[in-house]
Design a protein around this ligand. Structure first.
Ligand SMILES: *Cc1c(COP(=O)(O)O)cnc(C)c1O
Length: 221
């Protein structure tokens, strides 16, 4: 099956409130073009240096930053980035705000939450997240719009474990949504689910899935 068919098949299976982000990391521009021919506009990359040349060739696509972002790379993506999923520190958020202010942009962001058992995954703990949203520091950030949360489940064949982690993120999302939030924060996007676990993620309330392998095939790079 080709890229176009895979996208059409995945899209046909999604509830209307779930948006598909095609994760194009390691994929050459020709394959991204193929996906665009299937009507796919949103693409996720996890490295700034890989995203930049692709964005230059395909500025009409919507570019999503899904990987750990270093503060010294923020300035390169702020002019065009559609959504940064991987905000994992206040320092990073402040830098995004600073760079966005310089070009008079408001940059949409998600806060990444650590829900997996693995130590390696980036993100805030639920407690850190609550502290940030209740803190005063965030009020000064006029050039970021926090639109929701992102999380990654543990990489495990244990479906119950994955479901439990997604469930906990959804619960946090719902709780925050119902609490009083600073004006630059809203809880509309819940980015969770990858190729191997997106069906569970959707059952647990995901509104945005990030799919690479199930569209483009196994990555060789
Ligand atoms: C690579 C990646 C994905 C997509 O993974 P697949 O298993 O190929 O679907 C999703 N989210 C993040 C943060 C990634 O780095």
């Amino acid at each position: 099956m080709n890229i176009k068919n895979r996208i059409e098949q995945i899209k046909a299976s999604l509830p209307a409130h779930v948006e598909l982000i095609a994760v194009s990391k390691t994929q050459p521009v020709e394959r991204i073009r193929e996906a665009m021919e299937a009507g796919q506009l949103a693409f996720g990359e996890n490295k700034v240096q890989e995203m930049l040349p692709k964005q230059e060739v395909l500025p009409q696509a919507q570019w999503h930053m899904i990987g750990h972002l270093q503060t010294n790379k923020v300035k390169y993506i702020v002019p065009f980035i559609h959504l940064i999923h991987s905000v994992d520190s206040m320092k990073l958020l402040a830098e995004i705000n600073k760079r966005a202010a310089r070009i008079n942009r408001v940059v949409p962001c998600l806060l990444q939450v650590h829900i997996a058992q693995e130590e390696t995954k980036f993100g805030f703990s639920p407690d850190e997240l609550r502290n940030i949203l209740n803190g005063t520091e965030i009020h000064a950030l006029q050039h970021v719009q926090i639109r929701g949360l992102m999380g990654m489940a543990t990489f495990t064949p244990d479906q119950d474990q994955i479901r439990k982690e997604f469930k906990s993120l959804r619960k946090l999302f719902d709780m925050l949504k119902e609490s009083s939030l600073p004006k630059q924060v809203s809880m509309n996007i819940l980015s969770m689910g990858m190729s191997h676990d997106y069906r569970i993620a959707i059952e647990e309330g995901s509104t945005m899935i990030r799919i690479g392998t199930a569209i483009f095939g196994e990555r060789t790079a």
